[in-house]
Design a protein around this ligand. Structure first.
Ligand SMILES: Nc1ncnc2c1ncn2[C@@H]1O[C@H](COP(=O)(O)OP(=O)(O)OP(=O)(O)O)[C@@H](O)[C@H]1O
Ligand SMILES: [Mg+2]
Length: 345
């Protein structure tokens, strides 16, 4: 496995600087980090360092969520807000479904986590959301709408149309998953110059700003990325190599991904889900009623668990608090670091 990743890492390391050089006379390119929970968008313009694109709330990260309600389509934070009141109308964690057959364990786990969606098997044997009597959405179609939004953010920021992009994908994505991401991009009107493994993208970004430290003596860096859905680590070697180009021998910096490790089930979202379970048990223990039967209450709890988790990363204890969680009854529960630790281990 390491050999494939090495090859890909070297390819990217070689192709990426070439891509930058060859494009100096060309238009800008959008870079999209499409995560399971957040999308982050950048613009690479000729001769200008990469800029991070801000969304309409002036934030660098936009929830990778799209919602449909009363004939209105919303994205990002607005779609998350729709999802709290109308969970079925707001589509999220779509990367978990991309390019997977319907019977894939991740698709089945998705159905259990979000039982309010009507997720059926399409003719292609892949998952498909039944939105209403007339409308069905594939994960590719929903991701395409989010990629089109990313394109729009970039165009507003740049003041010009941009149709070429580089998209990161998790390094463990297989060919079907990569193909599906390309399909989504094509539906969004984007031409994908390259899909890049996320750890290669991180390693290139790290190396670009340390050019002076890269010489013939190899040195190594270990990158660790815990996202919402997964955890990845990559060991990367940096050194200069001699290459012959147009008759000249040149010394160029090169990175090589030596090895990678990942867990596709360990991420921040799993911690939030476990903290929610802890809150549900506290609610049930106090005779609060069947909160699990109410998708709206479950969404409120999920949102609160996420908020409390983030607060607890800088504080030793914090109250989870929800007004009218169920049948006009409020919920309040003190959560400590220790309790959070018990939840996630
Ligand atoms: N201050 C914080 N404390 C604890 N967790 C945090 C904090 N800030 C962000 N997170 C968690 O980090 C995760 C989001 O990280 P990131 O934006 O890297 O995810 P992603 O790229 O969408 O996911 P993935 O790469 O797994 O597809 C969420 O689970 C979020 O709760
Ligand atoms: Mg990520």
């Amino acid at each position: 496995m390491a050999t494939n990743f090495n090859l890909y890492g070297v390819l990217c390391a070689v192709l990426f600087p070439l891509f930058l050089i060859q494009r100096t006379d060309a238009a800008a390119v959008i870079s999209i980090d499409f995560g399971s929970e957040w999308m982050k968008v950048g613009i690479v313009s000729p001769g200008v360092p990469m800029e991070i694109v801000l969304n309409k709330e002036s934030k660098r990260k936009t929830p990778a969520v799209v919602a449909f309600r009363d004939g209105v389509r919303t994205f990002g934070e607005d779609a998350v807000t729709v999802g709290v009141r109308f969970p079925k109308n707001s589509y999220k964690y779509l990367l978990d479904l991309l390019g997977k057959p319907y019977d894939h364990p991740m698709v089945q786990a998705y159905r259990q986590r979000y039982p309010y969606y009507e997720l059926v098997e399409s003719e292609r044997g892949t998952p498909e959301f039944v939105h209403d009597d007339k409308t069905r959405f594939t994960p590719e179609e929903l991701i395409a709408q989010l990629l089109a939004k990313a394109k729009e953010f970039a165009e507003v920021s740049h003041g010009q149309q941009i149709s070429e992009c580089v998209i990161t994908v998790p390094g463990y994505f297989n060919q079907a998953e990569r193909r599906s991401m390309k399909e989504a991009a094509a539906l969004a009107g984007l031409n994908v110059l390259q899909l890049i493994n996320d750890y290669t993208g991180i390693a290139i970004n790290y190396g670009i700003f340390r050019r002076k430290e890269i010489n013939e003596t190899a040195w190594y860096a270990l990158f660790f990325d815990m996202g919402a859905a997964s955890t990845k680590a990559a060991l990367v070697e940096y050194k200069t190599v001699k290459i012959k180009d147009k008759g000249y021998v040149e010394t160029v910096p090169q990175l090589q991904v030596i090895g990678v490790g990942f867990d596709r089930t360990l991420g921040g979202h799993e911690m939030t889900l476990r903290l929610r379970e802890h809150l549900i048990k506290a609610w049930e223990a106090n005779g609060g009623g069947d909160v699990r039967a109410s998708p709206r209450s479950m969404e409120k709890l999920l949102r609160e668990a996420e908020r409390v988790k983030v607060v607890l990363s800088a504080n030793s204890e914090h109250y989870a608090q929800i007004e009218s969680l169920l049948d006009d009854k409020d919920f309040k529960q003190l959560v400590s670091h220790f309790k959070l630790f018990i939840c996630v281990t």
